[in-house]
Design a protein. Structure first.
Length: 152
């Protein structure tokens, strides 16, 4: 079993009977051992990464498909292997963002109807739950739905 599993209290209890655990049992122990804080920190990490994507791309809206692609582009982040080695799905993103009262909605992007997210729907949660992003404090939503730096 992976070294990570031996650090989980429930795994230690299950493994203490000296019978080998299946990989399925080990993953179940991990899932049962996750606290609400673990789940919250993943949601905060997702929110932070989404803020970074909006900022880096300088856009005011993004389709769910493009958001997943951008999230999974960084191999060091957990989104490429989010659940049992598979990349995070649009449904999982939506579920995590629901806790911040952010919902995907029908958008027209590049003339095509798609589900996605608008920056203006996320800004309040960025400000409430995330530390200010140095150098990006002036990021704001304008009527043109583009993010830009405040110049005053």
């Amino acid at each position: 079993m992976h070294k990570y599993f031996s650090q989980i209290p429930l795994f230690k209890v299950l493994h203490s009977n000296l019978q080998p655990l299946s990989e399925h049992d080990a993953y179940a122990a991990v899932a049962l051992s996750q606290t609400e804080d673990d789940q919250s920190s993943i949601a905060i990490q997702l929110l932070s990464d989404i803020r970074q994507i909006f900022s880096d791309k300088g856009i005011g809206r993004i389709s769910s498909v493009d958001l997943i692609e951008a999230l999974c582009a960084d191999e060091e982040r957990p989104w490429l292997t989010f659940k049992q080695g598979a990349k995070i799905t649009a449904r999982q993103v939506a579920y995590k963002l629901r806790g911040f009262d952010i919902r995907s909605k029908p958008l027209r992007i590049y003339g095509k109807p798609q589900k996605g997210y608008e920056l203006q729907d996320c800004v309040e949660s960025f400000q409430r739950y995330l530390a200010p992003d140095p150098g990006k404090e002036g990021l704001q939503v304008t009527n043109s739905r583009k993010a830009r730096r405040k110049t005053d």
